[in-house]
Design a protein. Structure first.
Length: 456
């Protein structure tokens, strides 16, 4: 009846954000080596660096914290957590970890050996790094449509089944597991269809390989399936998620995303021998298997968050926010990755700044201008993040994107209107923007700590 989609919550606690002057921001960015990762968060007005661990917890989650059982072993909170994760994933072994990358490191550290191949639609940066540190190769097999920012396709996160079949038939002996990332974060937060997951699952069965889901945004993916996939509109997001997981044998997850928690993650799997190896490594580096580096109260927050995240009102609002920002940017001509994904709006930095070549980091040019002009922080997902090869050389990434990730339940529509205005302002000034040179060049995950200077 009404067209305004409201935030499905009211605000009980507020946190002030601080305005800065352009001079203050110029000084802050220079002190940070022109890398927004190195800024003090207090110097940022609207922080869209990541949607990871930055969400607002509900009153029910804060209440659950007080129920935390801090027993070292066998705590009540672990069993609540285990039940919540098992209700969605149906896996036999549920191993808590302090965040998603810990689950990745423990899984890959237990089962990968040098020369192995891991196919995925698109590896997230920590996933790729954890595969490569074992001497294995991370293969990205997203469909061709997934690499063209302007192309509209309902499931741009889909994995190319023909290429997967070729890899499995030619190099299957090197592949210990296949992964699929839902939604495909590094490819624009784009969903993977149920039909595609069924196809991957069938190939995995044919070649006798376990399928693992990188499940960070399983609920957002389920919502897209409900909206876009024929025959799915009558199902609940939970039912769809349960079917997604039923097609796999394992999952890694960062609870900092669709766990609606500020910290946490898990590894879930069926194979007993792998689970035992993983638990041994977990004890060495994370903690006892019933807490995995988390406090009992963190396990409670995740257990409650996993229930809230599949709520239809929440998911409708969540996905509408990104779409709303995307529509507003498109209206003023800003090139973005289409259609908008689940957790973020991605600017197409190459189309935005055609005069800045990829090796001069057009994404960094936009990010830094957006901070200097608007106090808004985003992140480059492009040649800085993915351009470094294992041998140390550098090449342009498949795409140069600027990600504006939207924290869950944190900002209101007027915050988003401000962001749109700030991006439009930078876009209007685009011809004045120049490239950047990387000065400090770290060897791994360089985007976090690299420093830059302007090209002259
Ligand atoms: C965030 C993320 C991870 C890693 O999780 P952390 O909790 O940040 O360690 C892995 N995969 C994807 C797709 C992610 O978005």
């Amino acid at each position: 009846m009404f067209k305004t989609l409201i935030e499905p919550f009211r605000i009980k606690t507020v946190e002030p954000i601080r305005r800065t002057t352009p001079d203050e921001r110029r000084a802050a960015l220079a002190a940070a080596g022109n890398n927004v990762f190195l800024l003090k968060a207090e110097d940022v007005l609207i922080d869209l660096l990541t949607d990871s661990g930055t969400g607002a917890m509900s009153a029910a989650q804060w209440g659950a914290l007080l129920q935390g059982d801090e027993s070292y072993a066998g705590s009540r909170s672990y069993f609540r957590f285990e039940e919540a994760v098992r209700n969605i994933t149906h896996r036999k072994h549920i191993i808590p970890t302090h965040q998603g990358r810990a689950a990745e490191r423990i899984l890959f550290g237990s089962i990968l050996k040098p020369g192995d191949l891991v196919p995925n639609n698109t590896h997230f940066d920590t996933t790729r790094a954890n595969v490569e540190v074992m001497g294995a190769t991370a293969l990205d097999l997203v469909i061709a449509e997934g690499k063209v920012p302007s192309l509209i396709h309902p499931f741009k996160g889909n994995l190319d089944l023909a290429r997967l079949e070729r890899v499995l038939s030619e190099d299957g002996h090197k592949v210990p597991l296949v992964m699929v990332t839902v939604t495909n974060n590094s490819g624009g937060g784009q969903p993977v269809s149920l039909e595609n997951i069924r196809g991957i699952s069938a190939l995995c069965k044919k070649f006798d390989k376990p399928l693992f889901i990188d499940a960070c945004r399983f609920a957002e993916n389920a919502w897209f399936i409900k909206q876009r996939e024929p025959g799915q509109s009558e199902r609940t997001p939970l039912e769809i998620a349960q079917e997604m997981f039923s097609l796999a044998q394992g999952a890694t997850m960062s609870a900092k995303k669709d766990g609606l928690a500020n910290i946490g993650g898990f590894l879930a799997l069926d194979r007993d021998d792998w689970a035992e190896q993983c638990r041994n490594l977990l004890i060495l580096t994370e903690g006892f298997p019933t807490y995995g580096g988390l406090a009992g109260y963190d396990l409670e927050a995740i257990a409650q968050g996993l229930k809230e995240v599949v709520d239809e009102d929440y998911l409708r609002y969540r996905i509408r926010v990104t779409e709303y920002v995307g529509e507003a940017l498109t209206k003023v001509g800003v090139p973005i990755l289409l259609p908008t994904g689940g957790h973020a709006v991605y600017l197409d930095a190459r189309a935005f700044l055609p005069h800045v070549p990829p090796l001069e980091y057009p994404g960094i040019a936009i990010i830094n201008a957006l901070y200097l002009d608007g106090g808004v922080r985003g992140v480059e997902i492009g040649t800085v993040m993915f351009g470094q090869k294992p041998d140390g050389s550098e090449a342009p990434a498949a795409m140069d994107l600027v990600r504006l990730a939207i924290p869950r339940r944190v900002y209101t529509q007027s915050h988003m209107d401000y962001v749109v205005e700030a991006v439009a302002h930078v876009y209007a000034q685009r011809e004045k923007l120049r490239g950047w040179r990387m000065v400090h060049r770290p060897k791994a995950l360089r985007h976090f700590t690299a420093t830059f200077e302007p090209m002259t």
